[in-house]
Design a protein around this ligand. Structure first.
Ligand code: ATP
Ligand code: MG
Length: 607
């Protein structure tokens, strides 16, 4: 840069860039025009409300006043009636004029397309979440386009001034500028029927397993408003995962939302799949229909999960909603909603359903990607601002319905992946706050061989214990206490060499309980067997046992009970309680087992 003459940057701007000056003037003028338009609209509003005032239908309210009194009083206290029209009547009129009937089938044109998003001109009455259809043949009728096997749909997401933006639900390369688009007037829904059970579908209801179409009897909307308080009843029945640590200490009720959260490869998916597999122990009449929603997972992982479910006979009552990492973000975004919709179909029939969202971290990423392409403003961690609302709407759909509505339920097990155990990141904190408890898995515990790698200290279930069987309640209190004491002592142990006898005993006992809670993958256990085993631990079965043999001890003891008292465990299962006589019998069996199975116990000195 030469130093010969010096420019004042501001002067430089104004003098040498008349374009910028002109732009400034243009913006000013535009602002003025917008102001005038707004004023005019306001005036028209007043005029219209005046004419509303003369509308005879608004004169005498013929509905139950009580609905509106609180709301209306709020306004009356401040400003009285709205534009001279009674507030209640005004609202009523507005609600009545709101049409939810299918709209006329509007036609539009694609004006821009890219990254799986199409901008469309002409769909003035389009609604958010409405399906639109792309016509590949010029002038093709709606019926004809819809009848095609590979009909190409879009989903309206952004309603903008003069145009709408839709995500293309399929191969975006098939959409061209100038292509015709028809609004279908239908909100996105998924066809569901009883025979969807056992199938693998995509979020739009397309069967992915090559076993042909289902005979759908209902179109379930992908998005719906969750049931209100009056339509629900309290969660009061357990959903058994078959995992001792969870069923005993973090019990999950039918209709509850329990989050499974942890770092990569800590066994999150395994817990959810085990919960599904364990449902085979439930009587057929009350067995929940299970839905596993894979969101952006590796194709090979989901295939393995399907094989495992099939091998264990669990596909008979399970549906897989599959989207892989290779699928468009829009499809991944829709997957959990489709899963919820399928669950609601069964819930509305008075049945119980269990849905696993694996996982909502990937779901948030898909939504972020979609939102950026839709040019929505990014917020914290670049996620769109409404991600919290999106997830809360999804999870709020888990419910236990009232008797009047058939008493069905939808239990949700969302999964969240954390980075280095950080639960304070945006998405984890969001989802923690909209679930009824969390199952925390820790990489540290996992690596130490504690599997499931459950951190019992910070895992909770806020509604679960009221949904625990009486039998489990009777034995679970002690195990929780023992483990809490053990955790405290363990920390203390590191500093102290010589411990008193009582402390030593507690540590020994804590070790054995911890060992008891280890459970292999897919090695689930019906609740009555869990109860018998925990009752045993509480009543001396593990005292003096060799810690490394506890797994074998457990197996042997349970077969021993099966043999010695054939009816005992089936009775616990049926009564869901642990009667005094059952407890007495179990105590006898424990004593007998200990004396007849010395290989599991440390040989005492002098014996
Ligand atoms: N209880 C268990 N006993 C033995 N192995 C287990 C157990 N739970 C999980 N594993 C193993 O640990 C590995 C990780 O499990 P899983 O895939 O369930 O974890 P994840 O947290 O879902 O992982 P990702 O973050 O990749 O989704 C798998 O190889 C699985 O077989
Ligand atoms: Mg997983």
């Amino acid at each position: 840069m030469s130093g010969s003459h010096h420019h004042d940057p501001i002067e430089d701007n104004i003098e040498t860039h008349p374009v910028k000056l002109a732009a400034g003037v243009a913006i000013g003028a535009a602002a003025l025009v917008v102001g005038i338009i707004l004023l005019a609209q306001f005036a028209v509003g007043i005029y219209q409300s005046r004419s509303l005032k003369d509308d005879p239908s608004l004169k005498a309210p013929d509905y139950d006043e009580s609905h509106f009194t609180t709301f209306a009083n709020y306004f009356k206290d401040k400003s009285g009636d709205l534009f001279g029209v009674p507030m209640e009547a005004f609202i009523k009129k507005e609600i009545e004029s709101l049409s939810l009937a299918p709209l006329s089938l509007e036609k539009g044109r694609v004006i821009a397309v890219g990254d799986g998003i199409a901008e469309i001109d002409g769909l003035k009455n389009a609604r958010a979440m409405e399906m639109v259809l792309f016509h590949e043949g010029e002038g093709e009728s709606l019926e004809k386009a819809m009848a095609k096997d590979d009909a190409l749909y879009g989903l309206v997401l952004n309603l903008e001034e003069g145009s709408v933006k839709v995500v293309i639900l399929g191969n975006g390369a098939r959409v061209r500028e100038g292509m015709m688009v028809t609004g279908t007037g239908k909100l996105l829904s998924i066809p569901v029927g009883d025979d969807i059970v056992g199938r693998v579908v995509d979020p739009l209801g397309v069967m992915l397993d090559g076993k042909g179409a289902i005979s759908a009897d209902k179109d379930m909307p992908i998005e719906r408003v969750a049931y209100g308080v009056m339509e629900r009843s309290a969660v009061n029945f357990p959903i058994h995962t078959g995992i001792k640590a969870i069923d005993a200490m973090i019990p999950i009720g039918r209709g509850q939302r329990e989050l499974i959260i942890g770092d990569r490869a800590t066994g999150k998916t395994t817990i959810a799949i085990d919960a599904i597999i364990n449902q085979k122990y439930e009587p057929k009449e009350s067995r929940p229909i299970c839905i596993y929603v894979a969101i952006g997972q590796k194709e090979s992982k989901t295939a393995r999960i399907m094989r495992e479910l099939e091998e264990r006979g669990a596909m008979e009552y399970t549906i897989i909603v599959n989207t892989s990492a290779a699928d468009p973000a829009a499809l991944q975004f829709l997957a959990p909603f489709a899963g919820a919709a399928i669950g609601e179909y069964f819930m509305q029939k008075g049945k119980d359903a269990l849905v696993v969202y694996d996982d909502l971290s990937k779901h948030a990423v898909a939504y972020r990607q979609m939102s950026l392409l839709l040019r929505r403003p990014p917020g914290r961690e670049a996620y769109p601002g409404d991600i919290f609302y999106l997830h809360s709407r999804l999870l709020e759909r888990a419910a236990k319905l009232s008797k009047e509505l058939g008493g069905g339920s939808l239990t949700a097990l969302p999964i969240i992946e954390t980075q280095e155990g950080d639960v304070s990141a945006f998405i984890p904190t969001n989802v923690i706050s909209i679930t009824d408890g969390q199952i925390f898995l820790e990489a540290d515990l996992f690596n130490k061989g504690m599997r499931p790698a459950l951190n019992v200290g910070i895992s909770v279930s806020r509604v679960g214990s009221s949904a625990q069987t009486k039998a489990m309640k009777k034995v679970a209190g002690k195990i929780r206490l023992e483990l809490a004491q053990f955790r405290e002592l363990e920390a203390f142990m590191q500093f102290s060499q010589d411990l008193d006898e009582d402390t030593k005993k507690r540590i020994e006992s804590g070790r054995r309980y911890t060992e008891l809670l280890k459970q292999g993958q897919h090695d689930t256990m019906p609740f009555e067997r869990q109860v018998a085993m925990i009752f045993g631990a509480n009543n001396g079965l593990l005292d003096g046992s060799i810690v490394e043999t506890i797994k074998g001890l457990e197996k042997t003891f349970l077969s021993f009970v099966d043999q010695e008292a054939k009816d005992l465990l089936p009775t616990v299962a049926k009564e869901r309680d642990l009667s005094d006589s059952t407890q007495a019998t179990l105590k006898e069996l424990i004593a007998k087992f200990v004396s007849t199975h010395p290989t599991f116990y440390i040989v005492k000195q002098g014996n």
